[in-house]
Design a protein around this ligand. Structure first.
Ligand code: ACO
Length: 311
């Protein structure tokens, strides 16, 4: 087999829903302001038991079930997270242990909000190269741990959740070439500084402008996969802000695509946002297995990565 495809997808959404009105009880904002500027109406926030490992393992088990595979058939677990509570150990080995992927290698990558796309691309290349057979990508985030709940410009956006995908071999290649890039000259644009300062900081307008300047990259992803934007069945940009999502979709002219708007009730879950958005489009029947869907992650670094998948 010379191709790779997404064999199964699974997600985990924390139980607790936090409305805009609840946030407005703490900081000077309103439901109307948040909805107008971000499209977010509510978000999910994890409780103490919903750790990145617990959420990631729950999503991973669903992805395995969807793929019809057991944990012992997984050769490698790649954790994609930027909100691990500890510098070490990583989430990947702990998730692998929890789901019983006994013979899998395991590590994390931190591509911030582009982490899922980077991990999928890494996994697909390994599968295509024949290095291994089945790779489990697990994007799992608790941005709430790094949120400054007194900063009204960021606490309205950030949220928690997890999504996982099994990448395995296929007769035809269903994961298109990744297109990626970065602007590392402005690390302060989105950061959790560290060294004792664990609060998420962001220059919102700069991020907004940078994100919508990436329209040509989305075109390039389509071009390299040989699919015209108007033939896309679905599009799942990172769910940072509904206005960015709409600008990217309109910008490339994805006129017939079902658009992930998961941010409306999931908030920004960083690396988890793409699998969460993709699974919702599949569950609702807006896209079907085998349809061409564009995934596009972008965020802190600044860095971005995207690809076309048929899942
Ligand atoms: N409620 C009310 N007023 C607010 C709020 C709030 N929650 N937040 C900011 N304001 C005020 C500001 O203080 C400012 O007031 P001033 O004019 O008196 O100084 C005014 O609103 C305008 O502020 P801006 O920052 O210009 O507002 P903007 O329209 O840019 O919206 C936002 C801010 C929502 C953060 C927007 O810039 C944005 O979404 N940017 C992109 C963020 C993003 O995509 N991040 C993703 C990458 S990070 C990651 O994914 C993990």
């Amino acid at each position: 087999l010379t191709g790779a495809r997404m064999l199964g997808l699974g997600v985990y959404r924390p139980a607790r829903v936090v409305t805009n009105d609840e946030i407005a009880q703490r900081v000077d904002t309103s439901d109307a302001w948040i909805q107008a500027r971000t499209g977010i109406a509510s978000r999910r926030i994890a409780d103490d038991e919903e750790t990145i490992v617990a959420m990631g393992a729950a999503a991973a088990e669903k992805a395995l079930a969807a793929a019809g595979l057991t944990a012992d058939s997984i050769d490698l677990v790649i954790g994609a997270t930027c909100t691990s509570p500890s510098q070490i150990p990583g989430a990947g080995p702990q998730i692998a242990h929890r789901i019983g992927a006994g013979r899998a290698g395991a590590f994390d990558i931190n591509g911030a909000c582009a982490g899922f796309s980077y991990a999928v691309s890494t996994a697909a290349d390994m599968v295509r190269a024949g290095t291994l057979r089945n790779v489990l990508v697990v994007a799992t985030e608790r941005l709430s741990d790094y949120t400054d709940w007194d900063d009204r410009s960021t606490c309205i956006l950030l949220a928690d959740g997890a999504g996982a995908a099994v990448i395995g071999p296929a007769e035809t290649n269903e994961i298109g070439p990744a297109v990626w890039g970065h602007d590392g000259s402005r690390p302060e644009t989105i950061q959790v500084p560290g060294y004792g300062d664990n609060s998420f900081r962001m220059e919102g307008q700069a991020v907004f402008r940078w994100a919508i300047s990436l329209v040509p990259v989305l075109r390039q992803i389509c071009e390299q996969a040989g699919v015209a934007p108007e033939d896309l069945a679905g599009i799942v940009p990172h769910q940072a802000n509904l206005r960015i999502v709409e600008a990217l979709v309109t910008g490339i002219g994805a006129t017939n695509a079902a658009v992930a708007r998961d941010v409306v009730d999931a908030g920004n879950t960083s690396a988890a946002s793409i699998p969460l958005g993709l699974s919702r489009l599949l569950e609702s029947g807006e896209i079907r297995r085998g349809d061409p869907v564009l995934l596009f992650g972008f965020g802190a670094g600044l860095t971005y990565c995207g690809q076309l998948v048929r899942c």
